[in-house]
Write a protein of this length. Sequence first.
Length: 115
Amino acid sequence: VQLVESGGGLVQPGGSLTLSCAASGFTFSTYDMTWHRQAPGKERELVAAISSARCVTNYADSVKGRFTISRDNTKNTVYLQMNSLKPEDTAVYYCNAQRGLRNYWGQGIQVTVSS
């Protein structure tokens, strides 16, 4: 099983980034997918979620209206489009796949919002 994040980096406040998470080794379309983040000195927090069946989405209040989660089951990939980025969005972002007791994590990717 692998979850590989990409698309992170340094961006100025107000800018945009799109994170991708490529999955392999499991039946991607049957798993709920989430993005989490962890800033230095803080606990890991849920940012966005998308369900396996009807692609129902949910967002943390702090990112609502700015971030969009989506998935492409033909490419086994989940995305996080991040707009209007703020310095407080700086964190390591993690992709997660879950179905029942099965729970897989990516290695994480750094997003830094700074001028």
